[in-house]
Design a protein around this ligand. Structure first.
Ligand SMILES: Cc1cc2nc3c(=O)[nH]c(=O)nc-3n(C[C@H](O)[C@H](O)[C@H](O)COP(=O)(O)OP(=O)(O)OC[C@H]3O[C@@H](n4cnc5c(N)ncnc54)[C@H](O)[C@@H]3O)c2cc1C
Length: 467
């Protein structure tokens, strides 16, 4: 039996539900299909659970520092079962809230199962067939497991399975020194594990500027997290109760021995089991669905949104994809992916808030630019809070005076970055922020001060580290 809809959405990640709301409100009959957990990655194994656990880790860390603030405590112990229970509750509320909302949504039919294309207009869902003139793919991604020597001999976690840990690993080896690996690494260190982060490249989160990457390494090492860079050839073997990780590093021992391994080495799109070839939808070499600036695939009537299109790997980029598609289809508003400015945060403590280009990227453009930098030790609010690690940095175009990029690594950095981001969207000159009166005492109040101290961007290296 084939059921006909006006639109079908595959996946209930960060784009699908919003789009279902917009399409049904416009009068369309919509089917939305979910094969596993409502809300997808962010709600169940991504942002919400990790940031909930980061909050527990922060509480443990601040308790261990209580004496610095004149507060007496008698030691810190972390109950991992309760940490997990709190995470499960917060993530679960979000999942069930979304599921309930979708199931009550008028003109929307929810299907639970795995969808596969049979043709450009027909999807198979078990024995059922669904058809529509418009199909929206929001299937997200999953943890990648690259081939590594000896991996089959050991048990390891990925970014999903580590969420179910309700005990304290004695020594966690985190393979991958990028965003996900660093968040888990610091979190488990603060819970009480010994942690070693192993990275193949010569820097942590290497897409960031060198000064940002180095400052983050220092922050982690100050908490006695071991960091091994240049680990060119990673392999594993079992040694009794322990797991030995072989690392070909330029310095240090050739092996790191730990009790548990977390693989945090990237993600891959969920496009290999979708029957895309039967619909004729093109994917790139890494399996990401190819889309144009309005998120249309090469097959008319099929769109791809969120992580599966490779245009972003964040909740906000997926949600923004849905806004772009809805604006084009329903509002006669030609919004485009290229309208958006890169923005994201790294939720170690202190967090890194990022907008626009890095200093290195600006340098590559060859344009004349100015840079401002201020360490958090010179931010009153950070001093008062006893959280002075990190720095803020901004790069502006010397001619147009528009802001090209910023990095705020420091307390509140994930929030402070937004005033800069909004001025970038307004395409206003940086002097708008410089002349604004900000509230005292905040981290944001030093952004205008930093903008009053801009220096020409050197053509050779990252601005002098002042953290
Ligand atoms: C550990 C971790 C931490 C993160 N932290 C952050 C953060 O702090 N901030 C941030 O912005 N981003 C973060 N992210 C990234 C963020 O979670 C994702 O970018 C976001 O969830 C993208 O969602 P999506 O809409 O593309 O798809 P997803 O949320 O992945 O949802 C896709 C859905 O489609 C379903 N599906 C797949 N295939 C089929 C099929 N064939 N049939 C039916 N259903 C199917 C899946 O079951 C899933 O529910 C994090 C990710 C991880 C892993």
């Amino acid at each position: 039996m084939t059921t006909t809809y006006d639109a079908i959405i595959i996946g209930t990640g960060q784009a699908g539900p919003f789009l279902a709301g917009r399409l049904t409100t416009s009068g369309m009959r919509v089917a939305i299909i979910e094969r596993k957990l409502f809300g997808g990655t962010c709600v169940n194994t991504g942002c919400i659970p990790t940031k909930t656990m980061v909050a527990s880790a922060y509480a443990a860390h601040m308790t261990s520092r209580a004496n610095d603030f004149g507060v007496n405590t008698s030691g810190v112990s972390v109950d991992m079962k309760r940490v997990k229970a709190r995470k499960d509750e917060i993530s679960g509320q979000s999942r069930t809230g979304l599921e309930g909302w979708l199931k009550r949504l008028e003109n929307c039919t929810v299907y639970e199962g795995h969808a596969r294309f049979e043709s450009p207009r027909v999807l198979a869902l078990g024995s059922e067939r669904l058809t529509a003139e418009r199909i929206f793919i929001n299937v997200g991604g999953r943890a990648a497991t690259p081939e590594m020597q000896g991996l089959e001999q050991i048990e390891y976690f990925n970014n999903s399975s580590i969420m179910n840990v309700n005990f304290l690993p004695e020594h966690l080896i985190v393979v991958g020194g990028s965003y996900i690996g660093l968040e888990f690494g610091q979190m488990f260190r603060r819970f009480g594990s010994e942690v070693t982060i192993i990275e193949m490249a010569d820097a942590l989160i290497q897409r960031e500027d060198q000064d940002v990457s180095l400052a983050i390494k220092e922050i982690l090492e100050r908490e006695n997290i071991h960091v091994r860079l240049n680990a060119k050839c990673i392999g594993f073997s079992k040694r009794g109760e322990k797991i030995s990780t072989h690392v070909e590093c330029t310095t240090g021992a050739p092996e790191v021995s730990g009790t548990h391994v977390l693989l945090a080495v990237g993600r891959r799109p969920n496009t290999d089991d979708l029957g895309l070839e039967r619909a004729g939808v093109s994917v790139d070499k890494r399996g990401y669905i190819e889309v144009d600036d309005q998120l249309r695939t090469n097959v008319p009537g099929i769109w791809a949104l969120g992580d599966c299109n490779g245009k972003g790997a964040f909740t906000h980029t997926s949600f923004n994809d849905a806004e772009i598609v809805a604006a084009n289809l329903l509002d006669d508003d030609p919004r485009r992916v290229s309208d958006r400015i890169s923005a994201y945060a790294l939720y170690i403590d202190p967090p890194l808030g990022r907008a626009g280009m890095t200093e290195a990227e600006v340098r590559k453009t060859g344009r004349s630019a100015l840079v401002g930098k201020r360490p958090m030790t010179r931010v009153g609010r950070a001093v008062e809070k006893g959280e002075t690690q990190g720095f803020m940095k901004i790069v502006v175009d010397a001619k147009t005076r528009e802001i090209l990029g910023a990095a705020i690594l420091g307390t509140g950095g994930d929030e402070v970055i937004h005033s800069i981001l909004d001025v970038m969207y307004a395409k206003a000159p940086y002097t708008v922020i410089q002349r604004a009166m900000h509230i005292h005492p905040t981290v944001s109040e030093l952004v205008p001060t930093m903008l009053g101290e801009l220096q020409p961007l050197s053509t050779t290296a990252d601005s002098k580290t002042t953290h």
